[in-house]
Design a protein around this ligand. Structure first.
Ligand code: ZN
Length: 165
């Protein structure tokens, strides 16, 4: 795909994601569920198998743009209203999680979601993240170490990252 065609595709995806966006309350509950799931797994309350199943259940309900190249993430962030500088900072942060997951042989992709205060609100907030998918043969205790390492990979950790490490 040419860069120009790619840009058009990204524009359409961002538009669709904005139209189908969540309310701030929904995205907050989604993020809280993710953090809770991760910490339940890290503390040994649930197995990797349960984590994967519950994770995919909440993931399916949350529409997001999936990207695999850092420059596409950067471009999509700019299209979503971030300045180039902010987009660079965010994509570098997410790329650290992404490369850490790749190093462990996982499938990973960048995900972008949007939310606004209410259906009629004008201001849209963009929520970037990295989604990981691990191989089932990985032992639970190895996976725990991997997830912690992926969460703490960026130089500056987000509030969400800190809850997992
Ligand atoms: Zn992070």
């Amino acid at each position: 795909m040419t860069r120009k065609a790619k840009l058009e595709t990204l524009k359409k995806l961002v538009q669709k994601a904005k139209e189908e966006c969540f309310t701030d309350r929904q995205i907050k509950s989604y993020k809280n569920r993710l953090v809770k799931l991760s910490s339940n797994f890290l503390s040994g309350k649930i197995s990797a198998k349960e984590l994967k199943q519950l994770y995919s259940e909440i993931e399916r309900k949350a529409f997001s743009i999936h990207l695999t190249a850092k420059k596409d993430l950067h471009q999509a962030l700019v299209l979503s209203g971030f300045s180039k500088q902010q987009a660079k900072k965010i994509s570098e942060h997410e790329a650290s999680h992404f490369s850490a997951a790749k190093k462990f042989g996982m499938k990973a992709y960048y995900a972008l979601r949007f939310s606004k205060a209410s259906r009629s609100a004008q201001k849209i907030t963009c929520h970037p993240s990295v989604i990981i998918n691990w191989k089932d043969f990985i032992k639970d205790h190895h996976l725990r170490d991997m997830i912690k390492n992926i969460a703490k990979a960026p130089k500056v950790l987000s509030r969400h990252d800190k809850k997992i490490t």
